[in-house]
Ligand binder design. Structure first.
Ligand code: 5AD
Ligand code: SF4
Length: 514
């Protein structure tokens, strides 16, 4: 195969990352890039070892690309996406672009999308509809779609046929290619599509511009191999790849040194952390045990999968200190039969046993969860089992969803005999229970003294400060602006369903009760 043929074959490849050499030459030879996602490829889990890179650099010729230009990124979905946005902002700023708070004066607009449920996707298509007018007014504006939706074949096809004013589509594994993608988009008259279905390597030194200076996110792993039958994430985020512990620890130390007060360790399934590190026996428990020694007031992690939540992690969390006593532990359903169809690989009893162990080891542990109602063929009895499990655990709160079929997932092919009306009723019933428990948990705080990490002014009232407790409860209180970014003690004076009100106390010795 000569050089040109090789490059042409890369151009029509089915979404696997081209090798490094062709990737470099590729952008020089072709005006447009078209690497579309393939669901078939996304399902594959290769045995190849993950490579780690520290060699990301903005090519010399792109350094002035953003001079005099502004960017705006709208983020949908989870914290992983929020954090990817911080990386994209970092890359854009390294290219000389400046951030702006509105779409009107942006020269580059990126929609960092979420594919988890249909309504998340509808929001993005709605937004594209709004942005069309702006794009017609400003033909030089570059409009890009990235994030999880761009990993879906059907979404890319829909954008190509119905939203042809979009300039670029790039995938979750192509973020580091943003400089090249932008360059292609400036040069090309065609839509630039670069979506690798197979995950790339782990690139450690991507620039980041963090959203705040108080709380920071740190990725500990990427991807998911769990393949719960309803979930699109294993297809959009690729196979599980853990970062090296030393890189994570260094990043947390660095944030601590910069004065950050709270770190959330991120992964789609953080309890699988380390399973893919072949040269060391190292899991989330070991990582947390190291990180807790770093001088930073609060450490959280999300999201957990009950199946991999091991005793060592519980033992480490029980040491307390900066490891907060709040665990988000998605259960999805209280019925063993539904859990089986979901391929969650645990039973109702195993989940309850895990909860029992956590509560026994970590005094005052707060649990929150995710629940899906209206799974295909879910019976009334199975739904009631979810309700009874909720009561049995006594969750502090929950994210609740109606099941949404995702193309390409096994559940999407299941015949479903539950009418939408019934699903809506079940969601309402569950939400009523969630609210009842949330309100009760908040009431438990009445007259207690809590530690609040103050994030800023309350959204509703600039005279009031707002922040979160270790257990992630929102607290509004009157206090000096100098308290922003600090951890202060607040005495709770009243409780609502989703927030607490209180008075800041200054006595040094006031004992924190919750
Ligand atoms: N439909 C409804 N909810 C879903 N989730 C994931 N996939 C779907 C789907 N297809 C929910 C799960 C998960 C949370 C992030 O989103 O509860 O924990
Ligand atoms: Fe999706 Fe979480 Fe299941 Fe992975 S573990 S497939 S991200 S629900």
């Amino acid at each position: 195969m000569n050089e040109k043929q090789r490059l042409e074959s890369a151009q029509v490849s089915t979404g696997n990352s081209p090798d490094k050499k062709s990737e470099k030459d590729y952008s020089r030879f072709f005006e447009t890039v078209y690497t579309a996602p393939s669901l078939k490829d996304a399902k594959k889990r290769g045995k190849e070892e993950v490579k780690y890179h520290n060699d990301f650099a903005i090519p010399e010729e792109f350094r002035e690309m953003g001079k005099g230009r502004k960017f705006y990124i709208r983020t949908y979905g989870c914290q992983m996406n929020e954090h990817d946005t911080e990386v994209m902002a970092g890359i854009l700023m390294a290219l000389g672009y400046e951030p702006t708070n509105g779409v009107e004066d942006a020269n580059v607009i990126l929609l960092n999308t979420c594919a988890i449920r249909e309504n998340a996707e509808n929001k993005v298509f709605g937004e594209l509809g709004h942005l069309k007018a702006l794009k017609l007014e400003k033909p030089d504006l570059l409009l890009g779609v990235c994030g999880c939706m761009s990993q879906e074949e059907s979404v890319v096809n829909r954008i190509l046929s119905k939203h042809s004013f979009v300039d670029m589509i790039f995938g979750t594994h192509n973020i580091h290619r943003l400089p090249n993608i932008l360059q292609e988009a400036y040069l090309s008259k065609e839509m630039v599509v670069e979506v690798w279905s197979k995950e790339g390597d782990v690139i450690e030194n991507l620039p980041k511009v963090r959203k705040g200076k108080i709380k920071g996110w740190v990725n500990i792993m990427y991807g998911c191999d769990k393949f719960c039958t309803y979930c699109i994430v294993p297809y959009t985020r690729g196979k599980e790849r853990s970062r090296r512990p030393e890189e994570i620890i260094q990043e947390v130390r660095h944030l601590a040194a910069q004065g950050y007060k709270e770190i959330t360790l991120l992964g789609q399934n953080v309890n699988a952390y380390g399973k893919d590190l072949t040269d060391i026996q190292y899991g989330l428990g070991d990582l947390m045990d190291e990180i807790r020694k770093i001088d930073i007031p609060r450490i959280r992690f999300t999201t957990s999968h009950p199946r991999d939540f091991d005793d060592h992690l519980i033992e480490v969390l029980a040491k307390g200190g900066n490891l907060v006593e709040h665990i988000h532990l998605p259960v999805q359903s209280g019925s063993t039969d539904v859990l089986k169809i979901m391929a969650r690989k645990y039973t109702r009893e195993q989940y309850l046993e895990l909860v029992r162990k956590i509560k026994a080891a970590i005094p005052g542990a707060t649990l929150t969860t995710d629940i899906i109602v209206g799974y295909p063929n879910e019976t009334e009895e199975q739904f009631e089992e979810t309700m009874s499990l909720y009561r049995e655990v006594g969750f502090d709160s929950a994210y609740t969803f109606i099941y949404s079929p995702r193309e390409g997932t096994p559940a999407a092919k299941m015949v479903d005999n539950v009418p939408m009306e019934v699903k809506k009723e079940r969601l309402q019933k569950l939400n009523a229970l969630v609210n009842e428990y949330a309100a009760q948990r908040m009431k438990d705080h009445q007259d207690q003294i809590v530690e609040v990490l103050v994030e800023g002014e309350s959204k509703k009232n600039p005279d009031v400060l707002a922040g979160y407790t270790r257990k992630n409860k929102l607290v509004n209180f009157k206090g000096p602006k100098s308290a922003v970014g600090q951890i202060v003690k607040v005495k709770i004076t009243s409780a609502n369903t989703w927030s607490l009100n209180g008075d800041m106390i200054v006595e040094e010795k006031a004992e924190v009760l919750i």
